[in-house]
Design a protein around this ligand. Structure first.
Ligand SMILES: Cc1cc2nc3c(=O)[nH]c(=O)nc-3n(C[C@H](O)[C@H](O)[C@H](O)COP(=O)(O)O)c2cc1C
Length: 194
């Protein structure tokens, strides 16, 4: 029941207090991530926690990359707003797929392995978001960092595949639930279930 409550009460938090997040809580969140299921138990995730100046450097390369997109007249979607949320969060967790190669062609056999690993990492991220709820913390799952995929690779000296960043901190807002399609609309029952 408590898990269902955490699932129902989780929100994407985009405004954070500056209060630092105790490392003990970050450790619990990271452990929750590693308890996720993964294809063949490959555990394809790894995590880098950034705070203070390290987080500022990430923010700087992201801002520069997004500004570069704008200058070229390319769409930047929600990225400018995401940057403001990430700026407020006292900590963030960079999530990599250590089995992933950003140069790889994700077709054919590669596609199967890629999909399995990305699902596994999605499960780890969701575990971390739910752990944050339990610990009284807010979080934001961020993929807009992919605008700066190459720049972040250089910054963190990584050759593997960047998946996402999770911004974490104490929430400074209580957003209403975003709308959802009902499970009835999205589900077919077949056979003799009823
Ligand atoms: C894979 C993924 C990527 C996301 N990337 C971003 C992002 O870059 N910036 C952002 O503000 N929100 C991001 N979100 C949050 C979604 O916008 C949010 O989950 C959705 O609007 C539903 O709102 P809720 O999380 O409050 O239920 C992302 C969520 C997921 C699952």
């Amino acid at each position: 029941m408590e898990v269902l409550e955490a699932i129902a009460s989780r929100r994407s938090i985009r405004k954070f207090l500056s209060t630092p997040v105790p490392h003990l809580l970050l450790e619990k969140i990271l452990e929750a991530g590693t308890l996720a299921p993964s294809g063949k138990n490959a555990q394809p995730w790894d995590f880098t926690v950034l705070e203070g100046p390290a987080k500022e450097r990430l923010l700087m390369v992201l801002e520069q990359a997004v500004a570069g997109f704008s200058e070229q007249g390319r769409p930047t979607g929600s990225a400018p707003y995401t940057i403001e949320s990430l700026r407020q969060a006292p900590a963030c967790i960079v999530v990599y797929n250590w089995r992933g190669n950003p140069q790889a062609d994700h077709n054919g056999l590669h596609r199967y392995g890629f999909l399995v690993d990305v699902q596994s990492i999605g499960a780890a991220i969701q575990n971390m978001l739910l752990a944050a709820v339990e610990l009284g913390l807010g979080s934001l799952w961020i993929c807009d960092v992919l605008y700066a995929e190459r720049e972040i690779a250089i910054l963190l000296n990584r050759k593997e595949e960047l998946v996402a960043v999770i911004a974490i901190g104490y929430a400074a807002e209580e957003p209403l639930a975003r709308p959802r399609k009902s499970w009835r609309e999205m589900t077919k029952w077949e056979g003799n279930a009823w």
